[in-house]
Design a protein around this ligand. Structure first.
Ligand code: NAP
Ligand code: MG
Length: 402
C-alpha cells in the first residue's frame, strides 16, 4: 500500500441526515481514508444534534468555515411540521443551508456532471449550464405573518436619523398573509462580482434575469447593480475574452435557456436559483449528478450535493434493504473540497487525487455500471448496482489510476 496523502490544513466537515449521512460514511471509508490521512474539523449537523444544541452547531460550523476556508457538507433535513413531530424537535429550526449562507454570504454555483451515455432531456443542450444562485436574503431571510382579521398592513422603515419611510401594502378586509423581505446592496454587488469572475474564469457568457418590470424597485436594484459593476469593472475584460453579459426578463430567460445549446452561466436571484437549478439538473439527467459550491466574497468555499437527504431511500434502508442511491454528487462535494484545499495549500497530491477519483466515478458510469436513477436515463448496456457496489466499482478504477 502506498503512503497516504498528507493534509496540512483540515477541511471543515459537516455531517448530515438520513440516507446521505449513511453514504457520507461509506464514501469516506471506501474512497477517502484509505488514501488520505484525512484531517477534518467535524461538525454534526444531523437534526438531533442541531436540536440538542439549539442549532448553535450550525453557526459554529459556519464560523469554522471562515477560519479554515474550505468546508464539505452533507445534505441535512430542513424541518417542517412533519419533521418536528417525527424527530420530536424543540422547534422548527431554520434551514442549515440558509443559516450557513447568511453567515458566509456569497453565491452558489451549480453545474451538471456530464457523462457520455446520458443525454440531456433537452435535445439542443450540448454544453453544461451553470446556475449561479445568489445565496443571501429574499424569502430565505424573510419575516412572515398570518393576518387574521380586518386591518392595514404597512411597510415601515425607521431610519437611525429619525426619518420614517412608509408604504401601504394592503388594506385587509379579512384574513390573509403577509411577507417582508430584504437584500443588501453589498451582497448583491458581491453576487455580481462572483458571477463576472466565474464567467471570465470559465470563458462563458453570463446571463442574468429578474422580474424588474413588476418589481420596479426590488428586482430593479439587482439589475442596476449588475449593470453598474459590469460597465465599470468588467466590460473590457469580457470583450477581450470574447464573452458576453446580458440581462433579460426571467420569463424570457427561461424560454431562451430551453432553446439554447448550453455553455453559459445563468445568474439567478436566491429563489429563482433554488428552483431553476433543480429544473436544469433534472433536465441534464439527475439532481444526483449536480455539483454545488458556495463561494463567499472573502473566498471561503463550501461544497455540497445539490439534492436532499433522499428520505424515501432511507426509510427502505431502515427496513434493512440495500438501496441504489446515487452517491456521485456527495462524492463530488468531497473531491471539490479536497481539490480546493490542495490548491490553497499547494498540495498537488491532493489535487491529483481529487481529479482521479472524479475520473474513476465517471468511467464507472460510462462503463455502464450505475445506480438505478441513472439506469432510467442512460443509453447502451447497463448494470444496476446498489450504492456500496457502485463505490467498490469506483474504488477498483481509482486503485488502478493511482
Ligand atoms: P431529495 O432528498 O433530493 O429526494 C427527492 C427524490 O429525488 C428522492 O426520493 C429520489 O427519488 C430522488 N433522489 C434525490 N437524490 C438522489 C440520489 N442521490 N440518488 C437517487 N435518487 C435521488 O429531496 P426531498 O425528498 O424533497 O427532501 C428530503 C429531505 O432533504 C428534506 O428533509 C429536505 O429538507 C432535505 N433537503 C436538504 C437539502 C440540502 O441539505 N442541501 C436540499 C434539499 C432537500 P426516488 O425516491 O423516486 O428514487
Ligand atoms: Mg431546491
Amino acid at each position: 500500500m502506498q503512503e497516504k496523502i498528507k493534509m496540512n490544513v483540515p477541511l471543515v466537515e459537516m455531517d448530515g441526515d438520513e440516507m446521505t449521512r449513511v453514504i457520507w460514511k461509506d464514501i469516506k471509508d471506501v474512497l477517502i481514508t484509505p488514501y488520505i490521512d484525512l484531517k477534518t474539523v467535524y461538525f454534526d449537523l444531523g437534526i438531533k444534534k442541531r436540536d440538542e444544541t439549539e442549532d448553535q452547531i450550525t453557526i459554529e460550523a459556519a464560523e469554522a468555515t471562515k477560519k479554515y476556508g474550505v468546508a464539505v457538507k452533507c445534505a441535512t433535513i430542513t424541518p417542517n411540521a412533519q419533521r418536528v413531530e417525527e424527530y420530536n424537535l424543540k422547534q422548527m429550526w431554520k434551514s442549515p443551508n440558509g443559516t450557513i449562507r447568511a453567515i458566509l454570504d456569497g453565491t452558489v454555483f451549480r453545474g451538471p456532471i456530464l457523462v457520455k451515455n446520458i443525454k440531456p432531456f433537452v435535445k439542443t443542450w450540448e454544453k453544461p449550464i451553470t446556475i449561479a444562485r445568489h445565496a443571501y436574503g429574499d424569502i430565505y431571510r424573510d419575516a412572515e405573518m398570518i393576518v387574521g382579521k380586518k386591518g392595514k398592513a404597512e411597510l415601515v422603515f425607521a431610519g437611525e436619523d429619525g426619518q420614517v419611510q412608509k408604504e401601504l401594502i394592503h388594506d385587509f378586509e379579512g384574513p390573509g398573509i403577509l411577507l417582508g423581505m430584504y437584500n443588501l446592496d453589498k451582497s448583491i454587488a458581491s453576487f455580481a462580482r462572483a458571477c463576472f469572475n466565474y464567467a471570465l474564469d470559465r470563458e462563458e457568457d453570463l446571463w442574468f434575469a429578474t422580474k424588474d418590470t413588476i418589481s420596479k424597485k426590488y428586482d430593479h436594484r439587482f439589475k442596476d447593480i449588475f449593470q453598474e459593476i459590469y460597465d465599470k469593472e468588467y466590460k473590457e475584460k469580457f470583450e477581450a475574452a470574447g464573452i458576453e453579459y446580458f440581462y433579460t426578463l426571467i420569463d424570457d430567460a427561461v424560454a431562451r435557456v430551453i432553446r439554447s445549446s448550453g455553455g453559459f452561466i445563468w445568474a439567478c436571484k436566491n429563489y429563482d436559483g433554488d428552483v431553476m437549478s433543480d429544473m436544469v439538473a433534472t433536465a441534464f439527467g439527475s439532481l444526483a449528478m449536480m455539483t454545488s459550491v458556495l463561494v463567499s466574497p472573502e473566498g471561503y468555499y463550501e461544497y455540497e450535493a445539490a439534492h436532499g437527504t433522499v428520505t424515501r431511500h432511507y426509510y427502505r434502508y431502515l427496513k434493512g434493504e440495500k438501496t441504489s442511491t446515487n452517491p456521485v454528487a456527495t462524492m463530488f462535494a468531497w473531491t471539490g473540497a479536497l481539490r480546493k484545499r490542495g490548491e490553497l495549500d499547494k498540495n498537488d497530491d491532493l489535487v491529483r487525487f481529487a481529479d482521479k477519483l472524479e475520473k474513476a466515478a465517471l468511467n464507472t458510469i460510462e462503463a455502464g455500471i450505475m445506480t438505478k436513477d441513472l439506469a432510467l436515463l442512460a443509453e447502451g448496456d447497463k448494470q444496476i448496482v446498489n450504492t456500496m457496489e457502485f463505490l467498490e466499482e469506483v474504488n477498483e478504477r481509482l486503485k488502478k489510476s493511482l
